[in-house]
Design a protein. Structure first.
Length: 449
């Protein structure tokens, strides 16, 4: 016969919140004694019992009982076994509704701090790569077509900026997570003179919730966390896509270490970028975690509903997936080798200097649209004849405009990059300044909030 009680059990996954649950309960017991709601003796017994329970969980000797459904009831039952009747006083002025909201907020705050540290590690790896290959010119792309020459560090710093925005999103999420819900009771508050400000200080919250109904039913911070995680995974997936392309024979831009590639069961020559591909694939599951949470919440009336038990598995999955992916990239990027000769040789090919040549004509007085049209025709001629613009005879240039002279051949991939000498551009001096600014960000940041 099917045991339908298993359908409601959450202990298999919510036990991850045990540290937060114990910390919250100890603070609550301390507050109850401070306010004279329970005796100091009972508060001390509760605290000692909770410390013993934490040690049991750490040492994996705790007697988990799935018939008690969740983490909170398991701890409460074990506390009663250890200290007797005093355990029954712990739940005074508290509901499981505000208790679980507290636990999840505490856990989310810790998780955000850890993920930001992981992001800083990836950013540091990108900065090191930018430093290592600081003077290398490479093709820049639009539509996966060679477009204009850029500096390799400029490309790496583009991802630094993406991850910097991710840091900002997680920091913003932290601010809205940093609200202490304990004291809201089941939904209406509690009938005791509790000290919520004391609890907030004890538990490291910057403020307390303003509305008890909202406090027990709010999971916006989970949605916001999952949205930030999804955006971060999207950025990692974009980087993964480039690593996959760049490591292919068709591009040949980079070589990843053997540790982060795998062979084929039948083709001995293969070096598949499986870690990058998996990061790209795992992005979809984090998106799914976000959509699952949004869908769970969309039809819930106030206040707490059992549907909200579904807030944790997707959260844990997204947090674990992102944390592991960041760890992979922190380890994988430092070993990446850039094929400097190849990327540099391609930087001036495929008519990538066409825009610079149009600007050359503009500098001699021609309207840009006219110059653009001339270079479009010359680029097509080069494509038809399978030559580069640099290989085109001066006579062919002069057929299009007498403004072309021998100095047209002074335009190179390096001069093209150097010409983009405005803030945010790929000129060497601008990129060097951006690299220094990135290093400054890493040196001065406080990852502990």
């Amino acid at each position: 016969m099917v045991d339908f009680r298993r359908y409601t059990v959450s202990i298999d996954y919510d036990r991850r919140l045990y540290k937060q649950d114990i910390v919250g309960s100890m603070a609550h017991a301390k507050m109850l004694a401070k306010q004279g709601i329970i005796s100091q003796e009972d508060s001390d017994k509760i605290t000692q019992g909770l410390k013993s329970i934490e040690l049991e969980i750490i040492e994996e000797t705790f007697p988990w009982d799935p018939t008690l459904e969740d983490l909170h009831m398991n701890i409460e039952r074990r506390l009663h076994d250890l200290i007797g009747a005093a355990a029954g006083r712990l739940h005074t002025a508290r509901s499981r509704n505000d208790q679980v909201a507290l636990d999840l907020r505490l856990y989310t705050k810790t998780t955000i701090v850890d993920l930001v540290r992981g992001l800083r590690g990836v950013q540091s790896a990108l900065v090191d790569l930018a430093d290592k290959y600081s003077g290398v010119v490479m093709p820049g792309y639009t539509h996966v077509q060679r477009a204009q020459p850029i500096l390799f560090p400029h490309h790496m710093l583009a991802y630094f900026e993406m991850f910097q925005r991710d840091v900002g999103r997680f920091e913003d999420c932290y601010k809205r997570t940093d609200v202490m819900p304990l004291g809201s009771g089941a939904l209406a508050g509690v009938a005791y003179q509790t000290d919520r400000e004391f609890l907030a200080a004890e538990l490291g919250f910057s403020r307390i919730s303003a509305n008890s109904m909202d406090a027990v039913s709010d999971r916006d911070f989970v949605v916001e966390f999952l949205a930030a995680a999804s955006t971060c995974m999207m950025h990692l997936s974009r980087l993964s896509e480039e690593l996959v392309l760049w490591s292919s024979g068709e591009f040949g831009f980079i070589r990843l270490t053997d540790e982060f590639t795998t062979g084929s069961s039948i083709m001995p020559q293969k070096r598949n970028p499986d870690f990058a591909e998996l990061a790209r694939g795992k992005t979809g599951r984090v998106y799914g975690d976000l959509m699952g949470m949004l869908t769970t919440l969309k039809g819930l009336p106030l206040t707490y509903n059992r549907d909200m038990q579904e807030d944790k598995e997707g959260f844990f999955d997204a947090a674990d997936t992102l944390a592991t992916t960041l760890d992979v990239f922190k380890a994988m990027l430092p070993g990446m080798q850039l094929n400097e000769v190849r990327v540099s040789s391609l930087a001036g090919e495929s008519q990538m200097l066409a825009t610079d040549l149009a600007d050359y004509l503009v500098g001699k007085g021609m309207p840009f649209r006219e110059a653009h049209g001339i270079m479009r025709q010359l680029s097509r001629r080069c494509d038809d004849d399978n030559v580069s613009l640099q290989e085109l005879p001066l006579a062919e240039y002069k057929k299009m405009s007498d403004l072309f002279t021998e100095d047209v051949y002074d335009i190179t991939a390096e001069s093209s990059a150097a010409a983009r000498d405005n803030y945010g551009g790929t000129a060497p001096a601008r990129v060097a300044a951006a690299l220094q600014e990135a290093k400054k960000v890493l040196e001065t940041t406080d990852n502990g909030f």
